[in-house]
Design a binder for this molecule. Structure first.
Ligand code: GLA
Length: 383
């Protein structure tokens, strides 16, 4: 049985009636363009096969009752007629509480429902389990209580605000836009300022390889918000509305006036934007060697300038790069401080790369890492 089928069956068992409908929203893997989204820059993610699913059924009252299949059917509930609060015992529910709060602030008149949540995205892996849950629940609420009002971008932005304003992780818009707009066999070149989303075909006969380092990270733990604040401070100092507007020459000219750490943070973002645009071109041209060099430079910049990698992640990326050679590229993906690394690699080099990693990398617990051979999938849909 697929995850979707299991979720529908489990819903009926737990709620005592079939759901009105279910929504699936994918996770994403970012191929390049890290920590650029909240700087109004460019990103190049792809939606993946791992996903969150929510099944919903309207209730006649104002209670939203959420059940998490992956946490032993843990229940969290709130009354729409009462002020919203977080649930410290069931933090997964805060993403849904956040989405409901933002929709209410947008004037949507929500009603009660039962919701079963399930998913297969490893948490803390940098593959956007939280964004996919927010997008799925946003689509479910939207369909029931504001049909036709929000398009894919509209739902993505509601989901992002839920995470920023309610959960307190001041994320950009990449993860939610990627989950909402995913396109089979394509990466998405997203302009995070204009919100333009352009699918770029992945080179033929390639695979996306995702290796979980086995180190999970909590994004709300402060490093992320600190990096974002540092970027915003440099942008203000350079009179740009955002680092998107800062050219490398301008940054170099201002170097003497900048705090050395702030300078390196900004240099990562400014160069990463350029690498992301170049990577989209290389991808469209099917140039795996050029893509590999850009991904390697991206990783080095995250390691040396943005300082969001860890020694074990650097080692894993170096092993992958050694195994792949010029037939693709590898880098850490996502917010950093743990999580997964991604490789885009010629399909006939996958087996060797997997064998190499299984022989050479162990998680901190001493286990073989979780390795996923993925391709780009479609975005969020109703089931
Ligand atoms: C997390 C955030 C995104 C983005 C990435 C880093 O995934 O949710 O908005 O900033 O980190 O690129």
């Amino acid at each position: 049985m697929t995850l979707a089928d299991r979720t529908l069956v489990r819903f009926a068992e737990l709620v005592g009636a079939a759901p009105d409908f279910a929504v699936r929203a994918p996770g994403r893997v970012n191929l390049i363009g890290e920590h650029t989204d909240y700087n109004d820059g460019f990103v190049l993610p792809a939606a993946i096969g791992l996903q969150s699913i929510v099944a919903v059924r309207r209730r006649p009252d104002s209670i939203v009752r959420m059940i998490a299949a992956d946490f032993g059917d843990a229940v969290s509930a709130f009354d729409l007629a009462q002020p919203m609060a977080r649930d410290p015992n069931q933090p997964w529910s805060d993403y849904i509480r956040g989405v409901a709060t933002i929709l209410q602030a947008e004037g949507v008149d929500l009603g009660g429902l039962d919701m079963l949540v399930a998913g297969d995205i490893p948490q803390g892996s940098g593959l956007s389990s939280s964004a996919s849950l927010s997008v799925a629940s946003g689509m479910a609420f939207g369909e029931l209580f504001a049909p036709g009002r929000f398009d894919a971008t509209g739902i993505a932005l509601i989901a992002q605000r839920a995470e920023c304003d309610f959960v307190g992780m001041r994320c950009g818009n990449m993860d939610q836009l990627a989950s909402a707009h995913g396109t089979a066999d394509h990466a998405l070149l997203i302009d995070c300022r204009s919100l333009d989303v352009r699918p770029v075909a992945l080179p033929t006969d390639t695979a996306i390889l995702i290796v979980h380092s086995g180190i999970s990270r909590g994004l709300v733990d402060g490093h992320y918000n600190e990096r974002r604040a540092q970027c915003e401070a440099v942008a203000r100092q350079l009179d740009g509305p955002a680092l998107r507007d800062v050219m490398l020459g301008q940054l170099e000219a201002a170097r003497a006036d900048l705090d050395p750490v702030a300078y390196r943070r900004a240099r990562h973002v400014v160069t990463e934007n350029a690498r992301t645009l170049a990577a989209a071109d290389a991808m469209a041209a099917g140039d795996l060697a050029a893509l590999g060099e850009l991904m390697a430079a991206s990783h080095a910049s995250m390691r040396d300038d943005f300082e969001i990698t860890l020694p074990a992640i650097d080692q894993l990326v170096a092993e992958l790069q050694a195994a792949i050679g010029p037939r693709g590229g590898a880098r850490m993906t996502g917010g950093g401080f743990g999580g997964a690394v991604v490789a885009l690699v010629a399909a006939d080099a996958v087996e060797t790369a997997v064998a190499h990693i299984e022989a050479r990398y162990r998680t901190p617990e001493g286990n073989k890492p979780l390795i996923m051979v993925e391709r780009a999938h479609a975005g969020a849909t109703f089931l």
